[in-house]
Every structure is written in C-alpha cells, then in structure tokens.
Design a protein around this ligand. Structure first.
Ligand SMILES: O=C(O)CCC(=O)C(=O)O
Ligand SMILES: [Fe+2]
Length: 272
C-alpha cells in the first residue's frame, strides 16, 4: 500500500466511534473526484446485462480509483492496518425498482467471537440514495453481538436502525459482522451498491498505531466514546455493559495489547 498523509487517517474519536458503532461513513467532498465521475460509473452500471460477480472490477475498472483515493484508503488503513489488502471478492448489489421486500437482517461475516477487526466491507454508492430506492439498513453496535442468522431473519424493525440514505460517492466502511440488510424499493430507478472486501494482514503492534493517535487526548475521550449508547441500546442494561467491556477490549487490541476485559469489568469502568 502507498504511504498516506496522516491527515487522511482517522483520529482517536473517529476510531472509537467505529469501535462502538461498527461502521464509518466516508462522505464525499468537493474535489475528491472530477465532476461527473460517479455519474459515469452509474451510466456504465446501467449497461450491465448480467452481474459479473468478482469480475465487476474488470467491467468497471474506474472503481479502483474509489478505493485508491486517500479519503477512503486512510480510514481503511486506520481500521485494518497500514498493510490492508483488497480481497478478491467483490459484488455489485442492485436493488431493482419496486422490489417489494427488504432483505432479512444478516451478517456477511462468520460472527467471529474475538472482537478484533480483520475484515471490513467497503460499500460504495455511486448515486444519491433516497429512502425510496432501498437504502442499506445497518444496526449500529451489532458487530459485537452473537446472532444466529435464522433468529435474525425473524427480526423486523429494530430500534436504532440507520438507513444509509447517502450522497453519491459515499463509502460505508463496516465491520464484517455488522448486521445489515438491503431494503425494499418504491422507486423507478435501480439502486447500486458496490461491495468490496478488505483484509487486515497483521495484528496491531504496541507503539505503532495505524490511525492518528494522541495518547493524551485519547485518555479524555475514551470513557465517553466506549460508554456511548448506540443502536438498539438506549438504557442501562446487560448488553450495554457487555458492549462497553467489549469496546474497551477492542480498543486495547488496537493499541497492540492482548488485555482481556473480564466480564463484570464495567463496575470498575464505572468508578473511573
Ligand atoms: O444491497 C445492499 O444494500 C446490501 C446487500 C447485502 O447485504 C447482501 O446481499 O449481502
Ligand atoms: Fe450482506
């Protein structure tokens, strides 16, 4: 991977938000890409007759520029390490006009139980996505949940759900275990999402943060950020405390430590 200017990396608050919520949105800014770039990708996608699967990058080679852009690569390096690699799997996800049903809630990952970040989805939306077009629904915080797919598929509207009604050019970087689903369409237009996977090649090392780390500033924000209530959890309850502990453990892992946070540690955390 090329070297990258530190300004493109996530700072402590942003990484802690990613740890708590399970995703980070890279929103488009003027000058990221030439005028009309995203629209030209939509025009190419409109011409595709059958889904090329992993061949989407050969069909639309411009997609590489999205993931090479430092505004996307910086956050990817921050969450997956500076030697992050693009996976061979990629897919064009289309919500066809007037699709009558949403997908069921699911995780694309295998629901690993180590609470580390070894793989992320990077979902690129080349169009403005309106609520009618079938935005991706995500449930913040659920990358830390043990969730059998058959149970999840019976869940409907869950408190805290966020719909990725985003501007053209947005990339949503999500932990591989985050619960998500495509939703139904009431639109005459197809909704496109390009899903690319990225892998971590090496574990974080002590003293070698992959993000813009400022130990002093982090000390001040870590309690607030790891203790924040996200997604369905809006009150003090068992899962809130568990997730708080798991976030602390993930943060320690990002710092290169193997420290395990014991169940019940929230009581100690509360008294800090
Ligand atoms: O298209 C989307 O918004 C999500 C699709 C998805 O999650 C899937 O098919 O695995
Ligand atoms: Fe999925």
């Amino acid at each position: 991977m090329p070297a990258i200017a530190p300004k493109y990396l996530l700072d402590d608050a942003q990484l802690l938000d990613f740890i708590a919520r399970g995703y980070h949105l890279v929103e488009p800014q003027a000058g990221d890409f030439p005028e009309g770039f995203h629209a030209s990708i939509v025009a190419k996608l409109d011409q595709i007759k059958s889904n090329p699967g992993n061949g989407i990058l050969d069909a639309v080679p411009e997609l590489k520029q999205i993931y090479d852009n430092p505004r996307v690569l910086g956050p990817l390096m921050s969450v997956l390490g500076k030697d992050v690699e693009m996976d061979g799997h990629r897919h064009l996800h289309t919500v066809k006009p007037h699709t009558p049903r949403s997908q069921t809630w699911h995780q694309d990952g295998t629901n690993v139980r180590h609470h580390q970040t070894w793989c992320c989805l990077a979902m690129y939306y080349p169009q403005d996505v309106t609520p009618e077009m079938g935005p991706t629904a995500v449930l913040p915080g659920t990358h830390l949940r043990n969730a059998p797919t058959d149970t999840m598929s019976n869940y409907g509207n869950i408190k805290g759900t966020e719909f990725l009604t985003v501007r053209a050019g947005t990339v949503a970087i999500t932990h591989y275990d985050l619960w998500h689903a495509a939703t139904l369409s009431r639109s005459d237009r197809p909704r496109y999402m390009l899903k690319f996977l990225f892998n971590r090649k090496s574990a974080p090392l002590v003293g070698r943060p992959s993000w813009r780390h400022d130990a002093k500033a982090a000390d001040q924000i870590i309690i607030n950020k790891t203790a924040s209530m996200v997604g369905p959890i809006q009150h003090y309850c068992s899962d809130y405390y568990k997730e708080w502990e798991l976030r602390r453990e993930m943060w320690e892992w990002y710092l290169g430590s193997q420290e395990k946070i014991e169940p019940g540690a929230f009581r100690t955390l509360l008294s800090r």
